[in-house]
Write a protein that binds this ligand. Sequence first.
Ligand code: SP5
Ligand code: ZN
Length: 317
Amino acid sequence: MVVLYADDYHLHVPKFEYYDGRKTTHAEQPDRIAEILKGCKILGLKIEEINKPISKRFIEKTHSVHYIQYIKNKCLEIRNEDQLMPSAFIKDTYTPLTRHTYEAALKSANLAHHGAKLLKNGSEQVVYALCRPPGHHAENNAMAGYCYINNAAIAAQELSQSGRVAIIDIDYHHGNGTQQLFYERDDVFYVSLHASPESAFPHSTGFKDEIGIGKGEGFNKNVPLSPEISTENYLTALRSAIESVNEFAPDYVVLSLGFDTYANDPIGGLGIELESFVDVGAVIKNLPRPLLIVQEGGYQVSKLSELATNFLTGLNS
Ligand code: SP5
Ligand code: ZN
């Protein structure tokens, strides 16, 4: 197993978001990755720093050229420490641009893409890409939910050129972007466990009846959960999602991993306590390999190191 990170995650520092009519501090902060990396170091995992942006040609299979150009141009307009709420290609009020957002997003996406290549050439069986900014809310033509470029989708797209790909998403929030990007495909299966959109962001997607369309019908699976779910029932739902992955018989698996299911996460929280993340990891261990783990959310910064070590301890048990 190798952990990939890009030190330039520091470059993207969103200042505030608008939530419930109020300007509030932004939850998606650089320290998140510093803490997760700390956890990986405590475990003595092999760590590789790659501070390179992804090539345009790999992004353009996932996002429209106009969208990418728009982000690039807007970032160039921003001075110093300012931030800008884009007026186009955006779905909410949580996803501001700063001067270096574009650069950080390209480097984040490169980690997932590089991870995919390591799996394809057989040099690793498990790769953990410490992506930041996260990706699973970013659609073909829109940023949302702290996400600009869909890291997991770009990796899945790369992997799908050499086989069938299953994406399993266990972030607290539904991955509307990843769902959208593969909704009409039968060679990439998307399954997501998340807090019910009735009470959680992104609200408009993540319902059970979204099963894919055209030849993609049956290859999208949403498992909306009550925020009050017991951890035992959560693990049961996770086992059954893994069963559906196994039924699909993928050549590669991508895990969108969010630690915002942690009970005390400031914006999420599915009641999962710190120590239970060992069990989450131990269930995830049953996924087939090769496996690419892509970091998504998780906002209780002071606990991220322990959340990561617990999860990885279960995974490697
Ligand atoms: C990748 C990911 O987990 N994105 C989640 C985006 C959810 N944002 C919607 C909720 C915004 C709540 N903001 C609270 C402000 C705290 N200062
Ligand atoms: Zn999330």
